[in-house]
Design a binder for this molecule. Structure first.
Ligand SMILES: Cc1ncc(COP(=O)(O)O)c(C=O)c1O
Length: 399
C-alpha cells in the first residue's frame, strides 16, 4: 500500500475536541454532563446578520469570488480595524481566510520554511503547535507560569528574539489563560520587538472585543507604529459576534504578506461564499450591542468562576481579564486519590473529574502547561454554579 506523506504523521487531532467528544458520548449515554471544555462563545449574532444573509441568498450569483475577500468585506474589515486603532490601512493590506485558524495556517505557510523557528508564550492555543508541527517549523515555547500571571516579560522576549526566530506569535487576550496585557506591558514588549527587525510578528487578537475591567485592547503597533512593516494582525468574526460556524477570519498587515495570503487562497479556498461574506459584513459594520452585552456577561461570569476557584484550598487561579477562559493551577491535586483513583497529572485529573462529577475541562498539557486545566465558562448560565460546585466537591473529596 502507498504511504501517506510524512507531514501527516506530524498532524494530531485537537485534544480539546477529543475531550469534547468524550463528554458528548457520556451525555448520549444518559449522564448529566456540564461542559467547560470547548471554546465557543455560545451566543448568536444579532438579527441584522441573518437578514443580510437572507438578502444575499436571494441575490446569490453562485459564482467564485475574490481571493482577497469581496470588496465589501475588505472595506468592512478596514472599518473594523480602524475602530481598533489601526489607521491608514488599505484594501491591499487585508486578506481573508476560512476562520482565523486558516488565516494562521496560511501565514505559517507564507512566513515559515521547514526548520525555521517560531516562538510564542506557553501556555499557548494548541493549534499554534499543531500548525507549526505540520509545517515542520521548530517551536520555541516561552514558559510563562501562574506565578507570572501567565504573561511574557520583556526580558524573556528579548532572550528569545536574540535567536532570530522567523516568527513571534502573540495572543492577547489569551486562550487558554484569559490574561490581557495592559497598555504599559504592550509598550514594554513593543520596545523589545523594535530592537529585533529580523522577526515577523503575528498578533492573534480574536478576543479583542472581550476585554474586562477597563484595560482596553492594545497592540504593539499602537505603541510603536514602525512595527507595522512586519506585524500581521489576525481577527475573526467567531468570538466577537458569536459566529464560529460561519468561518470568516482575516488579517491586516504589510502588502507583501496580504498578497502572499491572497495568492495562497487561490490554491486553497478560492474565496468565501457570498452569503457568508454578506453576514460578516453586517456583523462588522452593524450594531455592536450584542457583542458589548456579551462582554459584560462574560466579565460577570469571570467574577463567579474566579471567586469559586480561588476559594478552593491550594488552587491558584490568576485572575482572567478577557476572553472566556480561566486557567487554574490544579497541581495541588497531583499525588492524591479520588475514591480509588490516583491523580497523577492534569490528564488524570480531568478524566477523573469527568467520570466522577460529569464536568468536562481540558488538561493544561494540551496548552503546554501541565500544572493547570482550562475552564471555558460560556455554558448555559444555569450550569455555571453547579459545575463549579462539582469541581469544589471533587477537590474536597481528595485524600
Ligand atoms: C486564540 C485563538 N486563535 C484563533 C482561533 C480560531 O478562530 P476561528 O474560529 O476564527 O478559526 C481560536 C479558536 O478557538 C483561538 O482561541
Amino acid at each position: 500500500m502507498p504511504q501517506l506523506a510524512v507531514r501527516v504523521g506530524r498532524a494530531k487531532p485537537s485534544t480539546i475536541m477529543v475531550i469534547a467528544q468524550k463528554a458528548r458520548q457520556l451525555k448520549a449515554a444518559g449522564r448529566d454532563i456540564i461542559s467547560f471544555s470547548v471554546g465557543v462563545p455560545n451566543f448568536l449574532p444579532g438579527e441584522h446578520v441573518y437578514a443580510a444573509a437572507r438578502e444575499a441568498l436571494a441575490h446569490d450569483s453562485g459564482q467564485y469570488g475574490n481571493n482577497r475577500g469581496s470588496e465589501a468585506l475588505q472595506d468592512a474589515f478596514l472599518q473594523h480595524i480602524e475602530a481598533l486603532g489601526f489607521h491608514g490601512y488599505q484594501r491591499a493590506n487585508v486578506a481573508i481566510g476560512i476562520g482565523a485558524k486558516q488565516v494562521l495556517y496560511n501565514l505559517a505557510e507564507a512566513l515559515l520554511d521547514e526548520g525555521d523557528e517560531i516562538t510564542f508564550a506557553a501556555p499557548y492555543w494548541t493549534t499554534y503547535r499543531d500548525i507549526a508541527d505540520i509545517i515542520g517549523a521548530r517551536i520555541n515555547p516561552l514558559p510563562c507560569g501562574p506565578q507570572h500571571n501567565y504573561k511574557l516579560t520583556p526580558e524573556q522576549l528579548d532572550a528569545a528574539l536574540v535567536r532570530k526566530p522567523k516568527v513571534f506569535l502573540f495572543n492577547n487576550p489569551s486562550n487558554p489563560t484569559g490574561m490581557v496585557y495592559t497598555q504599559v506591558e504592550i509598550a514594554a514588549l513593543a520596545d523589545v520587538l523594535v530592537r529585533h527587525p529580523e522577526t515577523w510578528i503575528v498578533t492573534d487578537d480574536i478576543y479583542a472585543a472581550m476585554v474586562f475591567d477597563g484595560i482596553g485592547y492594545h497592540n504593539f503597533v499602537h505603541a510603536r507604529p514602525e512595527l507595522r512593516d512586519r506585524l500581521i494582525f489576525v481577527d475573526s468574526v467567531s468570538k466577537t459576534y458569536g459566529m464560529p460556524g460561519w468561518r470568516v477570519g482575516f488579517l491586516a498587515g504589510p502588502e507583501v504578506v496580504a498578497k502572499a495570503i491572497t495568492t495562497l487562497n487561490s490554491s486553497h479556498i478560492t474565496s468565501l461564499p457570498e452569503v457568508v461574506s454578506a453576514a460578516a459584513v453586517a456583523a462588522l459594520t452593524g450594531p455592536q450591542d450584542v457583542t458589548r452585552a456579551k462582554c459584560k456577561d462574560f466579565a460577570a461570569r469571570r467574577d463567579v468562576v474566579y471567586g469559586a476557584l480561588s476559594a478552593i484550598p491550594g488552587v491558584v487561579c490568576p485572575r482572567p481579564q478577557g476572553a472566556f477562559y480561566a486557567f487554574p493551577d490544579i497541581s495541588v491535586a497531583f499525588g492524591k486519590r479520588h475514591g480509588g483513583t490516583m491523580i497523577e497529572n492534569d490528564v488524570g485529573f480531568c478524566a477523573a473529574l469527568l467520570e466522577a462529577k460529569g464536568v468536562a475541562c481540558v488538561p493544561g498539557s494540551a496548552f503546554g502547561e501541565p500544572r493547570a486545566m482550562r475552564i471555558s465558562y460560556t455554558c448555559p448560565a444555569e450550569q455555571l454554579q453547579p459545575g463549579l460546585q462539582r469541581i469544589a466537591e471533587f477537590f474536597a473529596e481528595l485524600a
